[in-house]
Structures are given as C-alpha cells and as structure tokens.
Write a protein that binds this ligand. Sequence first.
Ligand code: ZN
Length: 130
Amino acid sequence: MFLTISINTRDRSEMIDITSKVEEELNKSGLKDGVCFVFVPHTTAGITINESADPSVMADLQATFNKLVPWEGSYRHMEGNSAAHIKSSLIGSSVIVLVESGHLKLGTWQGIFFCEFDGPRSRKIYIKFQ
Ligand code: ZN
C-alpha cells in the first residue's frame, strides 16, 4: 500500500515545498520509526531535498537549471519538451527520508521539494512509509 498526494502546478517551472504534506501523511500513518519513500511518477517532473528556509535557493536552482538546459535547443524528441525530460533525469524521481519518533529526520534547513519542469499540470506524488 502507498499513499498519493495530488498537486496542481501553476507554472512551467516550479519548486513546491511538500514537506508539511508528507509530514501530515506521516502523522496519519502512525509510524514512529522507519523510512519514508517519496516517488514522483512523471517524466517531466522530479523531487529533491534542499534548503527550505530561504526561497532564493530554489529560485537560484531553477535559474541555473534553465541556463544548463534551455527550453529551446536542437533536441530530437517530437513533443517539444526535451528540456523538462532532461531536468527530470538530472534531479531524480525519488527521495528517502528516515523517520524517528514520528518525525521526518530532515536537517534543520532541509525541505522536500516537488519540481515541476513542464507545467502547469496535475501531478501525483507517491509516498510509502515502512
Ligand atoms: Zn515529452
């Protein structure tokens, strides 16, 4: 069994802090000690853990990704969204966080971010507690 979080993204490129949503599901699950798997089942989105205290970090990450992988380019993929596919592979589709005493064992400044690269779209995030 796994849980699903649904989100609607608003921009083509967006980094959304989903830490509180994952913690909410963790509380409901009643798990005290274990592991939390978070998986994004999309080829033009991803997930990462990084600083949640200063939103500028995510803005810098997005700006750098856009420089590294421009939307327009000599890509072969006919759908026209190769940049989003490449960013998805660069950032990855899953994260694992340890659970201790009923809380996500994240660093002080860390948050879990859903990364949209070809929005706006309706997206799903799968969560498994074990
Ligand atoms: Zn595509």
